[in-house]
Write a protein that binds this ligand. Structure first.
Ligand code: 9YT
Length: 134
């Protein structure tokens, strides 16, 4: 069994910090679960274009506020504690932070290996194209 505390990830190479969000990647591909499992905090007032062409992601909002907008139809959904969204169609979207930090729990299938950061199109590379870690 694997038992970890997210606090063990904070400040390590498995915490990826960008201008718009920080992602604490607690379970990764090398853990062999078939998915990766992260705590992400979206910073207030930020706007991020995301299009996970190569991954499915589910997001559970636990604290704070924000908004997600699907590009295909322009629909906007308010985000707050208890809201879950699943990008089951690899949906291209805008993710916006609100007035308070938006803390979410994310699951990725296939799992991330750990180093992924969005490219200019908001995409994470395929796992095979990402450097595998020991
Ligand atoms: C909700 C979302 O997609 N945020 C961007 C970061 C991502 N969750 C990650 O890499 O953990």
């Amino acid at each position: 069994m694997i038992v970890r505390n997210v606090n063990e990830v904070v400040g390590t190479e498995n915490e990826i910090i960008t201008d718009n969000w920080t992602s604490r990647r607690v379970l990764l591909a090398r853990d062999g679960m078939g998915f990766s499992f992260h705590e992400t905090v979206i910073f207030p007032g930020t706007e991020t274009h995301i299009h996970y062409c190569n991954h499915l992601e589910a997001v559970w909002c636990v604290e704070g506020d924000g908004e997600v907008e699907t590009v295909a139809d322009g629909r906007k959904y308010a985000l707050g504690p208890g809201v879950v969204y699943a990008l089951d169609q690899n949906d291209e979207h805008w993710l916006r932070g609100g007035r308070e930090p938006l803390r979410v729990i994310c699951v990725f299938n296939p799992p991330l290996t750990g180093r992924e950061v969005h490219d200019a199109q908001g995409v994470y590379p395929l796992p095979a194209a990402t450097e595998q870690e020991a």
